[in-house]
Design a protein around this ligand. Structure first.
Ligand SMILES: Cc1cc2nc3c(=O)[nH]c(=O)nc-3n(C[C@H](O)[C@H](O)[C@H](O)COP(=O)(O)OP(=O)(O)OC[C@H]3O[C@@H](n4cnc5c(N)ncnc54)[C@H](O)[C@@H]3O)c2cc1C
Length: 515
């Protein structure tokens, strides 16, 4: 087994090269840092696929306070208001920071940012790039910036597979490179591995987004939190492509409406109709599909011939299925899109394990509560990368620990888990289905097979979903369709043969809109 070349040993290691990982690396510099990416830079990360944009209160009619208030309303009682305030207050400077790193956002003739509108935002505040290519532009610029920073060493096609702790402290990472396993000693590791959508067979995420960082952290004793809260995007393009291309909320923001195969606009009678929070729209679409209908997003009247100019990426995805959105409604269905839960972190991104930080979608900061407000995740990744980097740089590297010999795991595979998650832990859940999922996932999770990590994350999601006997935010139980009066968050640990859960009471933080 190779050890990392001596000059690199002991440097902080960032696992993941999306917005969170790359931005953390840039903030850590000029201190030397290593980035592990299981795919080549700027590919296979959700960041590169982001369409709508990044939320920040630039509008004259807007303020950080309004942005915070929309975030808290959407989070359905479980946002940490302190975190919401901290992040929304610096949203504008996070966008300006990205501009300094070379990101070119779309602007009006007068030079101001063009601002899009998305569901559950009370103002136009979505800063975007290349129309619907925000993530592509952000990753282009950050990849270039990272490549030009000599203190950052990027190891591409290297997949982190295990963390090591000694005496409760992080001492290193086991990774798989093309030429074999690699032992990387370090007392400072940052998990930035993104989301979990790839655990479901209908998803908008890259197929490699299978929550590997969550499994790595759980296996060394880190606490995970809010795991039951998965956001299903209501409008994933339903033409048999895996993963499903996303049809951004911004299309509804521009006036497109949901219709069914009879042409009926089935959400028209509800207040804010299709611009309600994602969880509500996703459930309405799911129920309509369950009644045997097909569902379409109709942009003909709202955008017509302008569609391809405003949403070139979506128009291109539609073209691959011979659909022209200017003349034809777009077939859609919900897909697993974003995970509000993840590795529990404090306000510096520190996890419960000494020497381990988490950032981006893999971390649960408390910003999103039970339901993420659209375009708040790029914002969270950009802002928290700064805080994490500051904390990492302020921590002295420990003497190199001893990495124990271990069996080398296989490349991770979520295949056996995807159908179980989609069937039982999806948009609508109930006790019987969740119990079935847990029974099916537990033996895989505690095996040594390639699907063990994916099953571990799935098991933790299903366990929390079973324990939460209410419907809140992204979590909907058909057998408990209402909000509970007891507001709590669920913290989970991985035990010897099971998942151990702890309920943390929460003081009421917001007016609740879920159910
Ligand atoms: C289609 C789509 C559209 C979206 N649109 C928006 C939007 O408009 N606005 C918004 O705010 N949010 C949006 N989101 C959500 C947002 O893109 C993500 O939440 C955010 O980009 C996550 O960033 P990240 O850096 O945490 O993770 P990612 O960008 O997913 O990066 C994770 C990285 O970790 C690597 N990795 C994973 N496991 C390992 C491992 N074991 N070893 C080494 N490397 C590993 C991956 O290869 C990747 O490089 C969208 C998501 C999708 C899927």
């Amino acid at each position: 087994m190779d050890r990392l070349a001596q000059p690199l040993a002991g440097q902080p290691i960032i696992i993941g090269a999306g917005l969170a990982g790359l931005m953390t690396a840039l903030h850590v510099s000029p201190e030397p840092v290593i980035v592990l990416a299981k795919a080549p830079l700027a590919s296979a990360s959700a960041s590169a696929w982001a369409q709508g944009g990044i939320a920040a209160a630039f509008g004259r009619d807007d303020s950080a306070t309004l942005h915070a208030s929309d975030t808290i309303t959407c989070g359905d009682g479980l946002c940490n208001p302190h975190v919401v305030e901290r992040i929304t207050c610096v949203a504008r400077s996070a966008v300006e920071d990205l501009v300094r790193h070379g990101v070119v956002f779309d602007r009006n003739a007068d030079g101001e940012f063009k601002l899009g509108l998305e569901a559950a935002h009370s103002r136009r505040r979505i800063v975007h790039a290349l129309g619907d290519g925000t993530g592509r532009e952000i990753l282009r610029a950050l990849t270039e910036a990272v490549r030009q920073t000599p203190s950052i060493t990027v190891l591409e096609d290297v997949e982190a597979r295990r963390l090591f702790v000694e005496g409760g402290k992080l001492v290193g990472v086991l990774a798989l490179a093309r030429r074999g396993p690699l032992l990387l000693p370090s007392s400072r590791v940052i998990i930035a591995t993104g989301g979990i959508g790839g655990l479901y067979c209908a998803t908008t995420n890259p197929l490699g987004s299978i929550g590997q960082g969550l499994a790595l952290a759980a296996r060394v004793g880190a606490a995970l939190i809010d795991m039951e809260f998965v956001q299903f995007h209501p409008t994933a393009l339903d033409v048999g492509i895996d993963p499903m291309p996303l049809v951004s909320e911004a299309v509804r923001g521009e006036g497109a409406v949901l219709i069914d195969d009879t042409g009926e606009r089935f959400m028209a009678r509800e207040a804010r109709a299709e611009l309600q929070p994602r969880n509500i729209v996703a459930r309405a679409v799911w129920r309509h599909l369950s009644q045997g209908h097909r569902v379409f997003l109709d942009a003909r009247a709202a955008l017509g011939a302008d569609f391809a100019a405003r949403f070139p990426g979506i128009a291109a995805a539609c073209r691959t299925a011979d659909i022209d959105p200017s003349t034809t409604p777009i077939p859609v269905r919900p897909g697993a899109h974003y995970h509000m839960g993840g590795i529990a972190v404090d306000d510096q991104g520190r996890t419960s394990v000494d020497g381990l930080w988490a950032c981006g979608e893999a971390a649960a900061t408390g910003l999103h509560g039970a339901n993420r407000l659209a375009s708040n995740s790029l914002l969270e990744a950009a802002v928290c990368a700064h805080w994490v980097a500051k904390s990492v740089s302020g921590t002295t590297a420990q003497r190199e620990g001893k990495l124990p010999p271990v069996a080398v795991p296989q490349t991770a595979d979520a295949g056996p888990v995807r159908e179980i998650m989609a069937r039982y832990v999806g948009v609508l859940r109930d006790r019987a289905g969740l119990r079935g999922a847990i029974e099916a996932l537990r033996p895989i999770a505690f095996s040594t097979g390639a699907a063990a990590d994916a099953a571990t994350v799935g098991l933790m999601i299903a366990t929390a979903a079973l324990l939460r006997e209410e419907s809140r935010g992204g979590h909907f139980r058909t057998d408990f369709p209402h909000l509970s009066h007891r507001l709590c968050r669920l913290s989970l640990h991985l035990g010897a043969g099971d998942v151990i859960a702890r309920s943390i009471p929460v003081a009421s933080t917001a007016v609740s809109v879920g159910g």
